[in-house]
Design a protein. Structure first.
Length: 399
């Protein structure tokens, strides 16, 4: 019997394993089972933390490292990537048909991420995205024609004002004085001065990879949903919401763009909305763009089975998360899809069943979250080994 060709395309297990680590663990489990198989690892990113790094490696890019400011204004060394990408046709990216370094790939978390701060340092009323803006400016210095930004894992809820400040925009109060403590002081915003904006931004295409579809404001907005994840108290969430409301009001008055209602606008604490309004950034579904950019359809052509996964898979996964993007494409080609996760719904979900033929949790005994995170690699390997053995039985190769 021919070996089963398995395409392994998981997302990261947040706070535990990156996507590459998850893919290796699934492969190791399958290869230690009794299933004759050929495993191909294709780790994925949907705009969350790590997506940019995956793109750079997948596309054979180079790194540019320079000093920038972290979310609290301290100098740090951070990198972004340059890849070989066409201005007009992403299918050429992996075909080597274009000049090197035409596209910059920026991971927002590298300069403005939660992982740069200690738990005691979280300060969403003061944390800013200036460092990411500095990286955009450095990318412009490289002569790029496209900038791709993965916005996951940011420590900020500043509406992208830090990025915009780095590129020359000034945020002024009623007296015409510049507001420097952002986003907290945005409640006093009266005017957005764009006269100093680096006009090179309008000669490049800026693409923001979004892993959530939240709006900027409201119960599902940047402050309410992501503020607490970044250390905001209830009082701080109220202040952040007021700041973003004022930013949206002034932006609408000056540009005619209503950033409060755009899909994906709440990504990275509203940074997506700010870049949309002032840099003409294109906000896209992160997993769809990633899979197209990295040639996932071609990899599917060589597969008999697709295995994906993520830390948690539930109904929200169907709103554009990584495993859904993988499953959607696999199902379009008639392939079976199996998913593993740290957490799955207790009650079977009809929506998930349409895309995931098998959905398995990796846990093997009751444990708290900290223990589950520590055991993730072992549990993924063990679960994948058992998957392999079950498949071997079904194929009549279990001997």
């Amino acid at each position: 019997m021919n070996e089963l060709r398995v395409l392994i395309a998981p997302n990261a297990f947040k706070n535990s394993l990156d996507a590459e680590g998850v893919a290796r663990a699934i492969r190791d489990g399958l290869e230690s089972s009794r299933l004759p198989c050929i495993c191909t690892c294709f780790p994925i990113g949907d705009g969350g933390d790590g997506t940019g790094d995956l793109i750079i490696r997948k596309c054979g890019g180079s790194l540019v490292t320079a000093d920038v400011h972290d979310p609290l204004g301290r100098r740090i060394s951070a990198s972004f990537g340059l890849i070989d990408a066409s201005d007009t046709d992403m299918s050429e990216v992996t075909a080597g048909k274009t000049g090197a370094g035409r596209t910059a790939v920026i991971e927002m978390a590298n300069a403005s991420g939660l992982r740069l701060l200690k738990p005691t340092e979280l300060a969403p009323l003061r944390a800013h995205s200036l460092g990411t803006g500095e990286q955009i400016r450095l990318a412009l210095d490289q002569g790029v024609t496209r900038i791709i930004i993965g916005m996951g894992g940011s420590a900020t809820v500043d509406g992208g004002t830090g990025i915009l400040r780095a590129l020359g925009i000034r945020f002024l109060d009623k007296k015409g004085e510049e507001l420097l403590s952002l986003p907290e002081d945005l409640v006093r915003l009266e005017t957005i001065d764009v006269s100093g904006l680096d006009d090179r931004v309008f000669r490049v295409e800026i693409i923001v990879l979004c892993d959530v579809d939240n709006l900027l404001l409201g119960e599902r907005g940047a402050a309410a949903v992501f503020g607490p994840q970044k250390g905001a108290t209830r009082e701080a969430v109220i202040k952040l919401e007021a700041s973003l409301q004022q930013l949206a009001a002034v932006t609408l008055r000056q540009t005619g763009k209503d950033i409060s209602g755009i899909q994906y606008g709440g990504t990275a604490g509203g940074a997506a909305a700010g870049l949309y309004a002032f840099l003409n950034a294109r906000l896209v579904n992160g997993i769809d763009y990633y899979l197209q950019l990295t040639g996932f359809d071609k990899a599917l052509e060589q597969a008999d089975l697709v295995i994906t996964g993520e830390g948690s898979i539930d109904a929200q996964t169907l709103q554009g998360k990584g495993p859904f993007g993988v499953a959607y494409k696999a199902k379009a080609k008639g392939l079976p899809v199996l998913a593993v996760a740290g957490k799955v719904p207790l009650i079977r979900d009809r929506g998930l069943q349409q895309y995931f033929d098998v959905l398995l949790p990796i846990g093997h005994e009751p444990s708290d979250l900290a223990a589950a995170l520590r055991s993730a690699t072992y549990n993924i390997v063990r679960t994948s080994r058992e998957i392999g053995n079950l498949l071997a039985i079904g194929r009549g190769t279990f001997i």
